[in-house]
Design a protein around this ligand. Sequence first.
Ligand code: ADP
Length: 417
Amino acid sequence: MLFFGKKSYDYEQLSKKFSSLLTKNISPDELYLGLLKCLTEAMHTESGTFVLREKDVYAVRQSLDGRSFSFRAEDCVNIIHWLKKNRGTLTRQQLLEESHFTPIRTAGLNFFTQFHAEACLPLFAGDDLLGFVMLGARKKSEAYSASSRTVLDWMGTQFSLGLQNALLKEQIRAQNLELGSVKNLKSQIVANLSHELRTPLTGVIGFSELLAEEIDGQLNDEQKRHVGQVLGNANRLMKILAALVDMAKLEAGNLSMHVQQFSLAPLVASLGDEIPLGGETAFKILLDTTTPRIYGDLTLVRQVFKHLLDNAAKYTPRGEVEVTAVKKGEMLEVCIADTGIGIAEEKLSQIFDGFYQVDGGLTREFQGAGIGLVLSKKLVELHGGRLWVKSAPGKGSRFYFTLPLKPIVIKYRELAA
Ligand code: ADP
């Protein structure tokens, strides 16, 4: 406890007040006001103004007497220089009485008059002068003595800590907002662009199908092969665009979901014809009517199976692709296992990064855009499940994911993070 005049200052009490303010979940302005009130109360003054620097402009951020103005740092350069050099409280009385203040006396007194203030408490972060608190005359004609300046200096350190904390929070919030709008913009661009690309592509596919069906006349073998290639490539492009649109919608929290209970066996069976298995690869679906029904969006769950089965088929030139499922607590654990090329251990974490391919060179053997896995993972997570992989080169891959056996709540917020 520090004593001066007839008053004593209970640091412990003040410290408690400051830390309770600092730990509260309040806005920066509420925090500044709270800290200002603590200070003025302890100093027995009703007048207090908190000035914050933004670049080279100092502006009133909170004031107990409704003050609101700003000024450029260069307009009070002498005072700022003194505060920076001495790092302590400066009072009007010091300016008036102490001879070493003569060079800055006039400027200093004008500065104090602007605020109707008697004391100026600088707030620092390292060597950076973040701002200051201007305090008015104390009640009962008490002066700002040397000992009260010591108390103020201590309070200044506490206030500075609170200020740095609040500024950091403000900065993080602003960055999050910026990041959010960049993400939304990106999603919007992807969605628009994909839509613009899909329209002409639908025409390419439609007319190629007409040609392939020989409605406009018979084709020779070479023409048929060429049309087949146009169709194959256009369909692949369409799939990539669809995945990009879904990804953009998912990131923007715009993917609509219709949750229902359904059986996986018919869904996987219906995909059989769509999976481009080579002639030497067998497809085994070990799901049946005894497989527990899951809760989810049928279209989205179908997409997960489609992406994983497409991959299993693509990376298994010959061998076996098998789908199994077991109940694990409140989830159904699905496994899509293949006996294909497998994935090296050091690549396992990267394949979920998006736009990543293990064989990513221009001369790569397998085509793809690298979004199937990241999209599948996010779709599974949207259902409250998990997706992971076990694999080794030459030993095939086992992709596991879980889906809920009970009704679910969609968690867009966590996904977008
Ligand atoms: P892509 O369209 O390139 O297949 P994905 O996101 O679906 O994109 O997969 C990312 C990468 O993960 C692939 O490029 C591939 O290297 C690897 N991968 C995915 N599934 C398998 C699998 N079943 N077997 C081997 N590698 C796989």
